[in-house]
Design a protein around this ligand. Structure first.
Ligand SMILES: [Zn+2]
Length: 456
């Protein structure tokens, strides 16, 4: 007689290949069985409502929780609660916006300590790659960094300088010896800085002016350069938040000729267009910026063609005072979205014919594979019992204000209709979100990448 701790019943379970009715049994925090009518009289049961869809826990590879130092912007407790309420069981936190930024072993250890104290989801930490810390990359790897993040254009905070070409090339060479990926924010610094300076000098500070100061060519050029450097150094490269089909096409072409490069995009680039930025204002400011409708359609074509590897929220909040006003260059650039990402992509996926199994790969399986996180990302026997269940809902269903868990709840998603609702989330067998309530226990653990030599 099998011994399970928990059985999640009555759902349609999404695997890599299909969505099929099944129960999921959990023992010791891991998935012990997936199949029809699993039984253990002693196990706790969660009986899902008819129509519930069970997905692997979302792994968000790109969030900015800003703690330590700027916890007033977000923080591990509120940020991880938002993730749990959004069906996520793990995240990767970016090395900037916290103060100090994550540039050496001590800052890594301090962020890890804070996350362990207050995160209800498991977490990995990116280390930074800047001109100031090339000699600290090895120590960051030893601490367990999931990879190194570099900015090819200004990052918006003074304590995280962007990586000039010399820094980026040398950093990639070091990352290659450590067998860790480098993730780049790919926009051309010279071009974006000159365009922004000229616009401000001439008093052109509206939303269109901001969008035009970060043109598509600035992204396309930087992606091409990053790929050239990765090819030269044999570094594993990941391009974060690609906003254009042209950018994705470069990644696909490089991969075709054997370069180890992947890319992600974010829900906001798939949903909004320039006119929405004019309508919404500062909340919709991000970099690279929201593009025109035709570019958004190109990005969808690339996603449907299987050329985009991952989806990430790039959850990047700031206090309300920094997301206000009409000077588009003065407002903080960053969009909150880690709780909305899953319902948004499920809703849009329905409209565009993106299968549930593909969505599960984009938000979980591919993330675990690309960054070598063992035992996560799929609903499969032996993996961590990380899952969420969602329901299709009819009509106009933005997440109600009281249910939004961000420290500063206002976001671009406030009036976006959602066709799905997240009902529950389990992390390593433990319920972290159910019936609108986020668990007040922390319990999140550091995820380290598995090196190939140690076997996955
Ligand atoms: Zn970001």
């Amino acid at each position: 007689m099998p011994r399970y701790d928990l059985i999640v019943r009555n759902g349609t379970v999404v695997t890599e290949w299909e969505a099929t009715p099944a129960d999921v049994a959990v023992a010791d925090g891991r998935i012990a069985a997936v199949g029809p009518e699993l039984a253990d009289a002693a196990a706790e049961e969660i009986v899902l409502p008819s129509g519930a869809i069970v997905l692997p826990g979302l792994i968000d590879p790109h969030v900015h929780f800003n703690e330590p130092g700027r916890a007033g912007w977000e923080g591990w407790q509120t940020g991880s609660a938002a993730l749990a309420a959004g069906g996520a069981t793990a995240c990767f936190d970016m090395p900037l916006n916290a103060h100090p930024p994550t540039l050496d072993a001590a800052s890594f250890a301090e962020k890890r300590r804070l996350a362990e104290a207050s995160s209800c989801v498991d977490f990995a930490l990116w280390g930074g790659l800047t001109p100031a810390n090339l000699d600290a990359l090895e120590a960051l790897a030893e601490e367990g960094a999931i990879g190194f993040k570099a900015f090819m254009s200004s990052a918006g905070t003074d304590d995280f300088p962007y990586a000039d070409d010399d820094t980026l090339l040398r950093g990639m060479a070091i990352a290659a010896t450590l067998d860790l990926p480098v993730a780049v924010h790919a926009e051309n610094e010279t071009l974006t800085r000159a365009l922004a300076d000229r616009a401000r000098r001439e008093g052109r500070t509206g939303w269109r002016d901001y969008l035009q100061s970060r043109p598509i060519v600035a992204e396309v050029e930087a992606i091409g350069r990053a790929i050239a450097f990765a090819e030269e150094t044999e570094c594993r490269l990941h391009i974060v938040h690609v906003s254009t089909g042209r950018g994705v096409a470069q990644v696909a072409a490089a991969r075709e000729r054997g370069v180890d490069v992947t890319c992600e995009t974010c829900p906001h680039y798939l949903v909004f267009a320039e006119e929405d930025v004019e309508r919404i204002g500062a909340l919709a400011k991000c970099a690279p910026p929201i593009r025109d409708g035709a570019t958004r359609d190109d990005l969808w074509s690339a996603l449907l063609a299987g050329e985009i590897d991952l989806l990430a929220s790039d959850h990047s909040p700031a206090p309300p005072a920094m997301k206000a006003g009409d000077d588009a260059f003065a407002a903080w650039g960053g969009i909150s979205g880690c709780q909305h990402a899953l319902p948004v992509i499920l809703t849009e996926g329905d409209r565009h014919g993106l299968a549930l199994s593909r969505i599960a790969a984009l938000v979980a399986g591919n993330v675990a594979d690309r960054f070598r996180v063992a035992g996560k990302g799929r609903i499969a026997v032996g993996n961590d019992a990380d899952l969420s269940w969602v329901m299709r809902v009819d009509g106009w269903n933005p997440i109600p204000a009281a249910g939004v868990r961000y420290r500063h709840p206002a976001s671009v998603w406030d009036d976006v209709p959602l066709g799905y609702r997240v009902l529950g989330t389990i992390r390593r067998g433990e319920t972290i979100f159910r019936e609108g309530v986020v668990s007040d226990r922390a319990g999140g653990r550091l995820l380290r990448p598995v090196s190939p030599g140690h076997g996955v």
